[in-house]
Design a protein around this ligand. Sequence first.
Ligand SMILES: Nc1ncnc2c1ncn2[C@@H]1O[C@H](COP(=O)(O)OP(=O)(O)OP(=O)(O)O)[C@@H](O)[C@H]1O
Length: 262
Amino acid sequence: MEILNSNLKLIVKDLYKNFDGKDVLNHISFDVKPGEFLSVLGPSGCGKTTLLRILIGLEKQNSGEIILEGKEISNLSPEKRGMGIVFQNYALFPNMTVLGNVEYALKLHQETAGDAREIAKRTLDLIGMSDQLDKKPKQLSGGQQQRVAIARTLALNPNIILLDEPISALDVSMREVMKRELKDIQKKFQATMIFITHEQEEAFYLSDRIMIMSEGNIEQLDTPRNIYDHPANDYVRDFVVAHLDQKYESLLKCTGRIDHEK
Ligand SMILES: Nc1ncnc2c1ncn2[C@@H]1O[C@H](COP(=O)(O)OP(=O)(O)OP(=O)(O)O)[C@@H](O)[C@H]1O
């Protein structure tokens, strides 16, 4: 496998995907920096989920390259990529406790099996769930279940975490709480995250950079402030800037843990 000299976490080069004669990802290229929170923002059908599935190895691209930590992984199976994923519906085992869910995930990975209980406890403690270890998922709120799902992913120490609309299923008040928590968790774990969303405010609140997509194309990839101040085209202006409008200053005040602004 080719080793490329790069200090970027992830490089996607000229990625192309076609379903039934329809171009779903139109030769897109982008990169993700270590420790960065990158949102992929776009309306339904623009290709976000397809991109995520290709990155994690659940779907095969027609052409293009994916380079993770300097290694070409485009043709590796999902388990060999070392990525973590958090789904919208949590995907917890209902009959296992909170601790059991995280411990089980660790036991499936040989290198962590021996210390599974200790690592699971430590991770759950770090995300504030140490007093819920013996509860079953149905005894928890949606937000708490999502925290367990995030802990389960973090415990495996993935090289990058992909989050597929993890907040969308929560009710409005819980979404606000979860947004703040997600940001805290990312900071605490220094994790590199790619966050898929169709919600402009979520992307602006959470991200170091936002990749705005429409119909399989990247319309703009930049910091929230640069996108707001300098939208690349009418699409970005209408989809993002016009939508945010009054909330602009308060949202931007919250962004930018990592200063990628030039
Ligand atoms: N397995 C598939 N077979 C055929 N077409 C597909 C398949 N998966 C996705 N598509 C098509 O690809 C396009 C992009 O879909 P995708 O799910 O990636 O978009 P999305 O931005 O994630 O939308 P949503 O937010 O609604 O999930 C859509 O037109 C969709 O119908």
